[in-house]
Design a protein around this ligand. Structure first.
Ligand code: 5GP
Length: 193
C-alpha cells in the first residue's frame, strides 16, 4: 500500500499571465501521479471550453448551495464570477498519493496557503504590465469591461509576490515551463522519464 501523501501545488498569478497555457503543456509531459483540480465556476463557458474538463460550469444557485454544503476547499468571487475548488476531490487525491495542482487566483491561493502551510505555492508574473494587457487583449476571450476589471486587480496581486514559495516570470512559455518542471521535480523528488 502507498502511504505517501501527494503534494499540493498552488499555481497562481494575474489573469492573462499564461498559467493555463503553461499547465496544459506541463500535463502533456507529466502524466503520472499528478492531476489538475477542475474548479466550479459561474462564469459562462468560452467557445473552446468543455464542462468537466476546463471547469464545472454552474449557475449561481448551484454554486451557493455548494458553499452552504461546505464542498469547497476555497472559493472566491473574481471579476464578478464565482470560482471554487472541490475539497473532497483534492483531499482524496492527496490521500492516495497523487500530487494535485490548483490553478487559482490570488485570494483563493492565500486561503489555501493558510490552510496547507506546506503546500507549494508558485506565482507566475508577467514580464511587464504592458505585456500582460497585450496578452489579455490578444486572447480575445473577454469583453472590455472584464479586461478592465482584470487589469485593476493586477497591481495588488503583484504586491503579494514575496508571499509565494516560488515566483516564475512568464517571458517565454518554454522558459517558464522548464522552471515549473524544475520546481515540480525538486519538490516531488521526481525523475521525469
Ligand atoms: P478565467 O475566468 O480566466 O478562467 O479565470 C479567472 C481567474 O480565476 C484565474 O486567475 C483562475 O486561475 C482563477 N480560478 C480558476 N478556478 C479557481 C478556483 O477554483 N478558485 C479560485 N480562487 N480561483 C480560480
Amino acid at each position: 500500500m502507498n502511504n505517501k501523501k501527494g503534494r499540493l501545488f498552488v499555481v497562481t498569478g494575474p489573469s492573462g499571465v499564461g498559467k493555463g497555457t503553461i499547465l496544459t503543456k506541463f500535463f502533456e509531459n507529466n502524466k503520472n501521479d499528478v492531476c489538475y483540480s477542475v474548479s466550479m465556476t459561474t462564469r459562462k463557458p468560452r467557445p473552446v471550453e468543455l464542462n468537466g474538463v476546463h471547469y464545472f460550469f454552474v449557475d449561481e444557485d448551484t454554486f451557493k448551495k455548494a458553499i452552504e454544503n461546505d464542498e469547497f476547499l476555497e472559493w472566491a468571487n473574481y471579476s464578478g464570477n464565482y470560482y471554487g475548488t472541490n475539497k473532497n476531490f483534492v483531499l482524496e487525491k492527496l490521500n492516495n498519493g497523487i500530487n494535485v495542482i490548483l490553478e487559482i487566483e490570488t485570494n483563493g491561493a492565500k486561503k489555501v496557503m493558510e490552510k496547507f502551510p506546506d503546500c507549494i505555492s508558485i506565482f507566475f508574473a508577467p514580464p511587464s504590465l504592458e505585456e500582460l494587457e497585450h496578452r489579455l487583449r490578444g486572447r480575445n476571450t473577454e469583453d472590455e469591461e472584464s479586461i478592465k476589471k482584470r487589469l485593476e486587480v493586477v497591481k495588488s496581486e503583484l504586491m503579494m509576490i514575496d508571499k509565494y514559495k516560488y515566483s516564475i516570470i512568464n517571458d517565454e512559455v518554454e522558459n517558464a515551463l522548464n522552471k515549473l518542471q524544475a520546481v515540480y521535480d525538486f519538490e516531488t523528488g521526481n525523475k521525469n522519464e
